[in-house]
Ligand binder design. Structure first.
Ligand code: GLN
Length: 522
């Protein structure tokens, strides 16, 4: 049976519960334990797919095609775990399940209640079997939120069900610093822990977000008010990069405290992977500038996974990657004067698309390393068809009705039954031997995640290839171009998928690694 770690947050939101939870997982993994992660969001949306990216940042896509928020990305990147739709569960989904079961007659006429019916449903998702030593569950929101209360009740019950020794409650709080008096205030933490106690949950460890390390006196004071040994009060210090957090926890012996609780040996961990990142961050290295031609720059975290993947590839290549945000709507050649590589990321809608087509064309004609992601592949094909093959009105049916539709919704393919809906999640792609794609991936078949509606029309493949842009990746049925490249160019490659969702800081991702290597040598 897996042991469980529940992570809750108090005082304010946005304390970095996800990163803290992932960091606890990293400490366990460094000792050879396997972990799985789940996120519970008390809000009433049935899934995050309908939530505005303006509120929630990028839409992250899992292998099984679930559109979720970017927290799951943290977990996959940090811990190398592969999550699914059952690992991101909202309050809305719980009530949806319960009410559907009620309509279906599953409760056999019983009065359907918050306890036990809703709590049992929550516990069912928490307890779904995994083959890992630990399951870390993050409870979204802030302790005291009305919609979160039923989740707290559920984890209280869950601990009672499987035995308190098999569960740890980790609570994140904030200690605000008052400049005038030079004091770190502990009262909000005390109040938050008390609030948690009202739900019958005694925190086993506190992670106190603070601009500096808590002193021993401060830890003792918090411990005294909150029913904890001072050793279990940990400083979650503000750091300049999230990958330093596990090391901050390691230095405060967080694993040893967990081991003590769970009755595990207090062995040393192998932190070398994270230490390497720390060393890289602090190293004086050359900079490589990548122009990202996009349009969602006002939305915080809209390109979260993309930025991460570029950062990861910088680690692999020993350069610091600087991202130059280039607004697609006002794109001009001057924007590319100082870039070492051009990347056109995913995107939807007509706004800015001509700028993206021009950017792909600029990279093509100036031999600047180019990487296209999803829409970034479609615009590369449109530019090539217009300006090399000579089909002047080549376009995507997403942007123009009166065009030669080199990109459109394909009816004669496996996804015909999906109608006009998005192609979501992991799909296989066969790689053509002897191509850059093969050199990059070192494999004949890969699996990457998709989130798009339109496809490059296979019927233009021969014409394109005759003129020098080849299809180097294809869906196994041979009907959907998945990758294109220009062999005569220094580095020009694009994929219909989103490789950034599978990048991690320890290995990077083959396509990003190769792109940054090419840009670095420019
Ligand atoms: N808008 C394009 C499509 O739907 C590309 C989507 C994307 O870049 N993720 O196919």
């Amino acid at each position: 049976m897996s042991r469980y770690i529940f992570v809750t947050g108090g005082v304010v939101s946005s304390l970095g519960k996800g990163v803290s939870a992932a960091s606890l997982g990293a400490l366990l993994q460094s000792r050879g334990y396997s972990v799985h992660v789940r996120k519970f969001d008390p809000y009433l949306n049935v899934d995050p797919g309908t939530m505005s990216p303006f509120q929630h940042g990028e839409v992250y896509v899992t292998n099984d095609g679930f559109e979720t928020d970017l927290d799951l990305g943290y977990y996959e990147r940090f811990l190398g775990v592969k999550l699914s739709r059952n690992d991101s569960v909202s309050g809305g989904r719980i009530y949806w399940d319960v009410l559907n079961a009620e309509r279906h007659g599953d409760y056999l006429g019983a009065t359907v209640q918050m306890i036990p019916h809703v709590t049992n449903k929550i516990k069912e998702y928490i307890g779904r079997p995994t083959d890992t030593d630990f399951v870390i569950c993050e409870i979204g929101g802030t302790v005291g939120d009305i919609e979160g209360t039923i989740f707290l009740e559920s984890i209280r019950q869950f601990a009672n069900d499987i035995g308190r020794k098999n569960v740890m409650f980790m609570h994140l709080t904030l200690a605000p610093y008052l400049e005038q008096s030079g004091e770190l205030k502990t009262k909000p933490t005390q109040m938050s822990v008390r609030r948690l106690l009202e739900s019958g949950i005694q925190a086993d460890m506190l992670f106190v977000r603070s601009p500096r390390m808590l002193t021993d006196d401060e830890r003792a004071k918090i411990g005294m008010f909150c029913n904890l040994p001072a050793t279990n009060v940990i400083t979650s210090m503000n750091v300049d990069n999230i990958y330093k957090i596990p090391l901050v926890y390691e230095s405060q012996k967080v694993f040893d405290i967990m081991a003590g609780h769970f009755g595990l040996p207090a062995i040393a961990g192998d932190m070398s992977k994270l230490q390497r990142i720390e060393k890289y961050l602090d190293a004086d290295l050359p900079t490589c500038t990548i122009g990202v031609v996009g349009k969602y720059f006002d939305v915080p975290d809209a390109y979260k996974s993309l930025n991460e993947a570029l950062f990861h590839a910088g680690i692999q290549n020993n350069v610091h990657v600087k991202i130059k945000k280039i607004n697609a709507e006002t794109f001009s050649a001057d924007d590319c004067a100082d870039v070492d590589g051009i990347l056109v990321p995913g995107g939807f809608g007509t706004r800015g698309v001509e700028g993206k087509i021009a950017a792909a064309g600029y990279a093509r004609t100036h031999n600047i390393p180019y990487m296209g992601i999803c829409l970034g592949m479609q615009v590369a094909v449109i530019d090539f068809m217009r300006n090399v093959v000579g089909i002047k009105n080549a376009d995507s049916t997403e942007f123009s009705k009166n065009c030669t539709p080199v990109v459109g919704i394909m009816s004669d393919c496996d996804k015909a039954d999906m109608g006009g809906t998005l192609r979501l999640g992991a799909y296989p792609c066969n790689i053509k031997p002897g191509t850059l794609a093969e050199k990059i991936y070192g494999a004949s078949q890969i699996s990457e995640r998709h989130r798009h509606r339109y496809e490059v029309d296979i019927k233009y493949k021969d014409g394109m290839e005759k003129h020098g842009m080849i299809v180097s990746g294809l869906s196994p049925d041979g009907k959907l171009p998945e990758m294109v490249e220009i062999p005569s160019h220094k580095f020009f490659i694009a994929g219909q998928f989103h490789p950034e969702f599978q990048s991690n800081p320890f290995d990077g991702h083959p396509m990003f690694n190769a792109f940054i290597a090419a840009a670095k040598n420019k």
